[in-house]
Design a protein around this ligand. Structure first.
Ligand SMILES: [Zn+2]
Length: 277
């Protein structure tokens, strides 16, 4: 009987999220012969348009943004050697409170069960051993990230297929270091929590609450290229301004919280596939 390769599925909200928080693991596990599946839930229409036009400004054409971001997503996947890219095609809902939250087709107002059933079909098709998505706050409160979390957890419950499920996170110590370097480089850096709908909410986790630390430093070049493929989105420019060496230093360690496990692998662990190979 042919042995089936181990499979990683990452579920993300927008084109570019795959690069920011999971570019390292996607590149590393592909290089280790693991099948990688990226599911991108929305079309990113609320992102910056060609020429840096902001959503809501004159000349921001959602159809043009969607086409551009799809091409960028494909280029990013090529850098990360993603085996299969699946797009669910929901409309980007924009930031919390934007009128785009409730437009027809917006991911945020799509019933969780409906979108979860589509994702469950992909889980039945690819049978991922490991699934990665965001925490219940979508890491920083973006409605599409919260919705991606909800449909992923619902699809995992429906299928009972993945042996391990993880939520992406960032150690608070890394945030502090990142802020320090951005100030040192003189980069105007919008502290991410400034845009959070709940200002009291602290982003990321204390180091001792992080279960899984995956060193992807050797793949930082691919991760940098994947982010560069999405350079039309202003927030990515911050990361690119670090330059490749600093980027590898700061963005090489990807961290997760394990929320489902049927393998019994002990914690903390340094491999999403610990207990599976
Ligand atoms: Zn996003």
């Amino acid at each position: 009987m042919a042995e089936r390769s181990l499979t990683l599925m990452a579920v993300h909200a927008h084109p570019d999220d795959e690069a920011t928080s999971t570019g390292g693991v996607l590149a590393r596990y592909a290089a280790e012969g693991i099948t990688t599946v990226l599911v991108t839930c929305t079309d990113g229409r609320c992102g910056d348009g060609p020429g840096g036009v902001k959503p809501g400004d004159p000349g921001h054409d959602p159809a043009a943004v969607v086409a551009m971001r799809q091409a960028e997503l494909e280029a990013s996947c090529a850098s990360l050697k993603v085996t299969h890219l699946e797009t669910l095609g929901y409309a980007d809902s924009g930031m919390m409170g934007w009128p785009t939250n409730t437009l027809p087709g917006a991911f945020w107002t799509t019933p969780v069960d409906e979108a979860a059933e589509r994702l469950a079909d992909l889980i039945r098709q690819y049978r991922p051993d490991v699934v990665v998505t965001y925490d219940e706050n979508g890491f920083y409160g973006h409605p599409d990230h919260i919705q991606a979390h909800r449909i992923t957890m619902a699809a995992v419950a429906k299928t009972d297929i993945p042996a391990k499920v993880y939520w992406t996170t960032v150690p608070r110590t890394a945030f502090a270091e990142f802020g320090r370097i951005m100030r040192e480089l003189g980069v105007e850096w919008d502290e991410p929590d400034a845009s959070s709908p709940e200002p009291q909410l602290e982003l990321g986790l204390p180091d001792d609450e992080i279960s899984t630390w995956v060193d992807t430093t050797s793949y930082s070049g691919q991760k940098y290229d994947a982010l560069a493929a999405h350079a039309s989105q202003t927030e990515n420019i911050f990361f690119l301004q670090l330059g490749r060496d600093r980027f590898a230093e700061l963005m090489g360690m990807e961290t997760f919280v394990r929320v489902r496990d049927t393998t019994g692998a002990s914690l903390p662990e340094d491999d999403l596939f610990a207990g599976l190979r």
